[in-house]
Design a protein around this ligand. Structure first.
Ligand code: NAP
Ligand code: HSE
Length: 433
């Protein structure tokens, strides 16, 4: 019988997520403690600026600007790292794990950059590391992959993993608003990263894809081995074309394993996804993930992917799991055994594609475009011409038959060099899964 009857929690980072965790533990404390059979104490928190106004009340003695003093406080058993980034957050996490403590993290950037070191440190010193809030906000996808679907091998995991980008794309399409206006709103709502380029340039999704690939396949794929593209080049014309042709444009993470050849690929890019897919209809700040297991078949998870409340829900879920282990004993199931999987070279990935290019509006241009694509071995499936915002120009929206990434890159290079093409063409994949 355990003698642990009080669990002391330290919150490093009392921003959007940290304040949500504090607020919701205060509110739900009686139910949580009754289920746990132990007292939960929100002991201390760290911030950068002691003068900043907060939505939660703490005694001055509970607040510090030194998160390491929380990580190493002998009274604190559970340390929540809710600071973000890979600097002080890494130091705090490692310091607590080296003391055999439990760390709860929402930090996908840290996991992607230093996952092997964090897990090895936890193993070596008997600490525990929980990270449900690092992927897909309030959706318990980590638990689903690690526990519920443990019997499966995964051919394809794909979906929307960034709430900010999905919010931007949804509002752009529905209201015709410009992307910077909506990004400002997403920041005010607490959805975006402190450095919002991580969201809109696809890196946050790539960090999360790396975590999911590790859980599903036991292999850490660095972002340098992925195709990573963001949403900054998309316009209303692309979203409208997609909708008129039965697609939605979504920023997708796609993790595919060829189980026969045992190769893995991880990519992040905006893609045209058929509206018949559940994920294509996941809008606003919601995330959606489709997981195809070889035994279970396809399962789909949808929920709010960013913001204070859904993220706090995931962090508190981890706190209660961790506290329950401290009270009753036990440990989380280890992730999939480390596997050395070859990665599919990005150039070999196959897809249909969508291209948008502005061209000079003059005779013979279409023939020149068709020659460029043909020389790269890419076959055009459809082409429409729309007015361009540029003078004496037309906008061409093309779809292609399937080709590999190398062929389509060659096409783009040839088109970009052609004097009749104005500016760099936009290239999107068509996700005909
Ligand atoms: P945030 O609002 O910017 O909060 C960060 C907190 O850390 C603030 O309290 C800040 O202090 C403190 N801090 C920042 N830099 C520090 C430093 N160098 N030294 C000490 N303290 C420092 O960020 P957030 O949105 O809560 O995100 C926190 C983590 O959760 C990140 O890893 C993020 O990726 C992840 N996450 C966020 C969401 C979301 O929807 N927001 C969802 C899932 C995961 P001050 O308050 O004094 O500035
Ligand atoms: N900035 C992230 C997003 C927060 O928008 O999805 C949740 O991880």
């Amino acid at each position: 019988m355990s003698t642990v009857s009080v669990i002391n929690i330290g919150i490093c980072g009392l921003g959007t997520v940290g304040q949500g965790v504090w607020k919701h533990i205060e509110r739900a404390r009686p139910e949580l403690e009754a289920r746990l059979g132990a007292k939960l104490v929100l002991a201390r928190a760290s911030v950068r600026d002691l003068e900043k106004k907060r939505d939660v009340r703490l005694k001055p003695a509970q607040l510090t600007t030194d998160p390491l003093s929380i990580a190493t406080d002998p009274e604190i058993q559970i340390v929540c790292e809710l600071i973000g980034g890979t600097g002080i957050a890494r130091k705090v996490t490692l310091a607590a794990l080296k003391l055999g403590k439990t760390v709860i993290s929402a930090n996908k950037a840290l996991l992607c950059a230093h996952g092997p070191e964090l897990f090895a440190t936890a193993r070596k010193h008997g600490g525990q590391f929980f990270f449900e809030a690092s992927v897909a906000g309030g959706i318990p996808i980590i638990k689903a992959l690690r526990e519920g679907l443990v019997a499966n091998r995964f051919r394809r995991i794909y979906g929307i993993l960034n709430g900010t980008c999905n919010y931007i794309l949804t509002r752009m399409e529905r209201e015709g608003l410009a992307y910077p206006v909506i990004l400002k709103e997403a920041k005010a709502l607490g959805y975006a990263e402190a450095d919002e380029s991580l969201d809109v340039e696809g890196w946050d999704t790539a960090h999360k894809a790396s975590v999911l690939a590790y859980l599903a396949h036991g292999t850490w794929v660095p972002t340098s081995k992925m195709v990573v593209e963001g949403i900054t080049q998309l316009t209303q014309a692309d979203l409208t074309f997609a909708r008129e042709n039965g697609y939605a444009i979504k920023l997708l993470a796609v993790i595919e394993r060829d189980l026969e050849r045992n190769v893995l690929s991880v990519g992040v890019y905006p893609a045209l996804l058929p509206l018949t897919k559940a994920i294509a209809n996941v809008n606003e700040v919601y995330n959606g993930i489709s997981v195809a297991g070889d035994i279970v078949g396809e399962t789909t998870y949808i929920g709010r992917g960013a913001g204070q409340d859904p993220t706090a829900s995931a962090v508190i879920g981890d706190i209660i799991d961790a506290a329950s282990q401290l009270v009753r004993g036990g440990a989380v199931l280890a992730p999939a055994p480390a596997t050395k999987l070859a990665l599919t070279p990005p150039a070999a990935l196959r897809s249909r594609h969508y291209l948008r290019l502005d061209v000079k509006d003059q005779p013979g241009v279409l023939a020149k475009i068709a020659t460029c694509t043909a020389k790269a071995g890419v076959s055009i499936a459809s082409l429409v011409q729309r007015p361009s915002e540029k003078p004496n120009a037309a906008s061409l929206l093309l779809t292609t038959h399937e080709s590999n990434e190398a062929q389509i890159r060659l096409t783009i290079a040839r088109l970009s060099r052609h004097s009749c093409v104005l500016g760099k063409p936009l290239l999107l994949r068509i996700a005909d899964f």
